[in-house]
Design a protein around this ligand. Structure first.
Ligand SMILES: *[C@@H]1O[C@H](CO)[C@@H](O)[C@H](O)[C@H]1NC(C)=O
Ligand SMILES: *[C@@H]1O[C@H](CO)[C@@H](O)[C@H](O)[C@H]1NC(C)=O
Ligand SMILES: *[C@@H]1O[C@H](CO)[C@@H](O)[C@H](O)[C@H]1NC(C)=O
Ligand SMILES: *[C@@H]1O[C@H](CO)[C@@H](O)[C@H](O)[C@H]1NC(C)=O
Ligand SMILES: *[C@@H]1O[C@H](CO)[C@@H](O)[C@H](O)[C@H]1NC(C)=O
Ligand SMILES: *[C@@H]1O[C@H](CO)[C@@H](O)[C@H](O)[C@H]1NC(C)=O
Ligand SMILES: *[C@@H]1O[C@H](CO)[C@@H](O)[C@H](O)[C@H]1NC(C)=O
Ligand SMILES: *[C@@H]1O[C@H](CO)[C@@H](O)[C@H](O)[C@H]1NC(C)=O
Ligand SMILES: *[C@@H]1O[C@H](CO)[C@@H](O)[C@H](O)[C@H]1NC(C)=O
Ligand SMILES: *[C@@H]1O[C@H](CO)[C@@H](O)[C@H](O)[C@H]1NC(C)=O
Length: 393
């Protein structure tokens, strides 16, 4: 599946050459149905192609105007609705060729005119918006969309409870087995100014309250060592909190393990496009240990398991790991581990039922932190460019 990791670009800054035609990959919605485009805006040249990849759940790519961010413009393009189920491997695309350097404004028209309006939740995108600080900046465009959403929800709250009833009844299920899973943590959109080593830039990102801010802590990042296997079927530590640019060094100890990326919905299945160390057999008398390194690109949760099944599924025995699980949400590390045990453990193998993984509801919303990714917008020419990620998708 399209994961947040792929969709996001921590300033994957690649300077475009003068004539090269660039392909811009933009994900529409997060992997769990989050209402975001990623990246949120691009600066493109005429002839460039924008490939929109649809994630769950049911979004559109529809052209609007700066004046009315959540209104379809006459003669504008519209992808129509593209329903995608959580965990699906097939992701439809919609393509747009950039005609000129004028701004192109885009929104998702799901729930248009209601409190559930995706546009009203800030699900907007732009090609060539005005510079930060100018009237028609992306931040101003998105702020207008959010203001429209706020007006819609307050009028809905005043007149009916239909919207809240329907959202409360949304249930999430695991991609295999038979389990109800907690909803993903709620994402809010944040615009922030980052200063790092004397460089300052503005970012717009989807934030998970309760997880770290998506701002690099340092240029080179911190190294987090994780011991895989050895005496026990564990990743040690079982989860870490990491910032963009940090490195996770998986160090393989005795037996024969892997560090393989999965998803919350399918904890013991290799996620499409996710990283995978492969098996790392280590002899009992070994004194040096192989490593596998993963760079952290954003602070969206990353779920990992050991794919060894000889002698019983390691994942089903709880051998899982996470980067930046939102511990204040239903999708904590502990919830992930118990879901893996339920779906791939001995209970699942013997076919006996067990209670579904339970989740507490997200609590803290006071903090704006955590992220889907960084959209760097340069005051120092840090052009935010996310391109040609197609091969990863
Ligand atoms: C970060 O991006 C790189 C390059 O695209 C990729 O190899 C790596 O797996 C990503 N990290 C995570 C945690 O997904
Ligand atoms: C997608 O959303 C549209 C508009 O709300 C709706 O008409 C359509 O039935 C939805 N499709 C699915 C499969 O949910
Ligand atoms: C969009 O372009 C991509 C890459 O060029 C291609 O793989 C895809 O099929 C196109 N999608 C549509 C709907 O034409
Ligand atoms: C930008 O907005 C301000 C305040 O609304 C207005 O006075 C100004 O004329 C606008 N500038 C442009 C270039 O539209
Ligand atoms: C899933 O589990 C529920 C409750 O344990 C049960 O009622 C239902 O029949 C199960 N569905 C399938 C397809 O096994
Ligand atoms: C393995 O697990 C046992 C029992 O939980 C514990 O006492 C021991 O310290 C663990 N060993 C390592 C190397 O973590
Ligand atoms: C490691 O595990 C894999 C998968 O079970 C197996 O194919 C491979 O032969 C094992 N390697 C060694 C050296 O045991
Ligand atoms: C480990 O044991 C094997 C045979 O059991 C031997 O061939 C190898 O040299 C030993 N390795 C080390 C590092 O002692
Ligand atoms: C992983 O990073 C560590 C520390 O930066 C380094 O020592 C090790 O060689 C790296 N491993 C790989 C496979 O690149
Ligand atoms: C977990 O269970 C699923 C569904 O039965 C299976 O496809 C997958 O290979 C299992 N993974 C592991 C690591 O046990």
């Amino acid at each position: 599946m399209l994961s947040l990791r792929n969709s996001l670009s921590l300033g994957l800054a690649i300077l475009s050459t003068v004539h090269a035609q660039t392909v811009w990959d933009v994900t529409v919605g997060g992997p769990n149905g989050e209402t975001v485009y990623s990246p949120t805006n691009i600066n493109a040249q005429p002839g460039d192609q924008v490939v929109f990849h649809f994630n769950p759940k049911n979004h559109t790519v529809t052209q609007s105007s700066f004046a009315e961010p959540c209104g379809k413009i006459e003669g504008g393009f519209d992808s129509g609705f593209n329903p995608v189920t959580v965990g699906a491997t097939d992701h439809p695309t919609f393509n747009f060729t950039v005609q000129d350097t004028n701004p192109v404004w885009v929104y998702c028209r799901q729930g248009a005119g209601t409190a559930a309006s995706h546009c009203g939740m800030g699900m907007v995108f732009a090609v060539n918006p005005g510079a930060d600080g100018s009237n028609n900046s992306f931040a101003n465009f998105q702020a207008k969309a959010l203001a429209e959403g706020a007006a819609l929800s307050s009028s809905a709250a005043a007149s009916s409870t239909v919207a809240s009833t329907s959202s409360a009844s949304t249930t999430y299920t695991a991609a295999y087995g038979n389990a109800t899973i907690p909803p993903p943590p709620t994402i809010v959109t944040v615009t922030d100014t980052i200063t790092l080593d004397g460089t300052t830039w503005t970012t717009t990102y989807g934030s998970y309250p309760g997880s770290p801010a998506p701002t690099p802590g340092s240029v080179t990042g911190t190294v987090h060592k994780v011991v895989v296997g050895g005496a026990n079927l564990t990743f040690d530590p079982p989860f870490v909190s990491a910032l963009p640019r940090d490195t996770i060094v998986f160090e393989f100890h005795q037996k024969n393990h892997s560090a393989t990326q999965s998803s919350f919905e399918a904890p013991c299945v290799h996620a499409d496009g996710g990283f995978n160390s492969g098996f790392n057999p280590v002899a009992d008398n070994a004194t040096t240990f192989p490593t596998f390194n993963v760079t952290v690109n954003d602070t969206a949760p990353v779920w990992v398991y050991c794919m060894q099944t000889t002698g019983g599924s390691h994942c089903g025995k709880g051998m899982v790991f996470a980067v930046n699980p939102v511990e204040t949400s239903g999708r904590s590390f502990e919830a992930f581990q118990s879901l893996a045990e339920k779906l791939n453990g001995t209970a699942a193998a013997s076919g006996s039922g067990s209670p579904s993984a339970s989740g507490s509801s997200p609590s803290s919303t006071s903090q704006d932190s955590g992220a889907l990714g960084l959209k760097a917008q340069g005051t120092l020419g840090l052009a935010a460019v996310s391109l040609v990620l197609g091969s990863l998708l």
